[in-house]
Design a protein around this ligand. Structure first.
Ligand code: SF4
Ligand code: SF4
Length: 226
């Protein structure tokens, strides 16, 4: 629309107040801005992925063992009595043991429940809450699980990046590729990812005695066939 076509009145200072005749233009701008690729891929904010600082999770990695929803018999108050959310030690083909700690997106920092286990009436499924098992750097360490940089005994997130040729777990902070800002080494969020995590079905197989390498090979074949 050209200047000569403007029928709207100019406010004092020369700013044109839009009138009815500009509505099609404004609507087209609104439509364009609502397209997902207008500003590139949307950047997630802290609340979108339930970002927690290191102190908010007791300076320990996130796992069922620091979650107040874990029940006294190592089940989960959200998942019911049939799924054990217990750490498990598997054996690799080399014979070396490897330990895995469970965690999910609903992790709620605190001491696990004591007393008789109880469950919520509307139970979730392991897939709904993103239940996974996370390997620890050592067997028998006091706490394992997820955090950004792998400090405090945690397993580092693939999205945590640092400058220079240093080990991630020795850095106090790094940059998160998801949140696009600096994060503490000991923080965590629900976008945590590691190429070595086990899904919950794998963990159940591990508890039944399958070797870690057998499970990983079966998983690779499954992914190729998908
Ligand atoms: S599965 Fe999730 S909600 Fe349940 S005990 Fe573990 S971390 Fe907590
Ligand atoms: S580095 Fe990973 S765990 Fe940490 S905030 Fe980013 S996505 Fe979440």
């Amino acid at each position: 629309m050209g200047r000569d076509d403007l029928k709207s009145k100019a406010e004092s200072g020369g700013f044109v107040e839009y009138g009815e005749e500009q509505l099609p233009k404004i609507d087209s701008m609104r439509r364009d801005k609502s397209q997902p690729d207008f500003y590139g891929v949307p950047i997630l904010h802290d609340a979108d992925v339930m970002y927690c600082t290191a102190s908010e999770i007791g300076n320990k990695p996130a796992s069922c063992y620091t979650c107040q929803i874990q029940q006294s018999d190592l089940t989960c108050g959200l998942l019911g009595p049939d799924i054990k959310v217990a750490k498990v030690t598997g054996s690799q083909d080399s014979g070396d043991p490897i330990e895995y700690w469970p965690c999910c997106d609903e992790h709620d920092y605190g001491n696990p429940a004591t007393g008789k286990p109880s469950y919520r009436p509307n139970l979730s499924t392991p897939d709904q809450v993103g239940l996974i098992w996370i390997n620890a750097s050592e067997v028998g360490q006091p706490f394992g699980g997820a955090n950004c940089g792998g400090g405090n005994g945690g397993d580092d997130c693939d999205h945590y990046i640092v400058k220079g040729a240093v080990e991630k777990w020795d850095t106090p902070e790094g940059v998160c590729r998801v949140l696009q800002h600096t994060v503490e080494n000991g923080a965590v969020c629900t976008a945590w990812r590691d190429d070595d995590e086990l899904d919950w079905q794998d963990a159940q197989q591990l508890m039944k005695g399958d070797s870690v390498d057998k499970i990983k090979k079966a998983k690779m074949v499954k992914e190729i066939l998908q």
